[in-house]
Design a protein around this ligand. Sequence first.
Ligand code: ZN
Length: 197
Amino acid sequence: MKLHTIDTGFFKLDGGAMFGVVPKTMWQKLNPPDENNMCTWAMRCLLIEDGNKLILVDNGIGNKQDEKFFGHYYLHGDDTLEKSIHALGFGMDDITDVFLTHLHFDHCGGSVRRTKDGNGFESNFPKATFWSNENHWKWATEPNAREKASFLKENILPIQESGQLKFTTEGAEVFPNVKVKFMNGHTDGMMLPPYSV
Ligand SMILES: [Zn+2]
């Protein structure tokens, strides 16, 4: 098995919103905020080469929204999802599985792209199976007021419409030697793909 880092760029979010009850005197040393209290975050994904599987774990913010949307998040850096995948000698068509830890826009935005005519949306990984779970899918598509801004319909619904979506369950062997772990907290039904070999 080979593991690769897939860098998809950096963005900024309010430090207070991200660290919650942790005092600023503690977090600002490692994460210095700018003059607007915004901290820089890497959208770093994982690519797993294992046998005939090429599994992408999360895929960054994507590029389908307008300038106004991206203006709120100060995207920067030279890396993009496509560039990082191509740099390893792979194409988008080579990805066999996309494992989505959760459906916040900075983790699943690269799942979907605009169609060539610009009027619709389609899967960014035509040959992949997308993995989520029923609880989190419901949580994301019927969001509460607090999390609503992080779940964007255009990132999520086209995955289902593509017919490439599958749900897994806690403890299921989603890939050989990978038993899914659910981690509630950051959001409901977040999931991780721990390997046991
Ligand atoms: Zn999140």
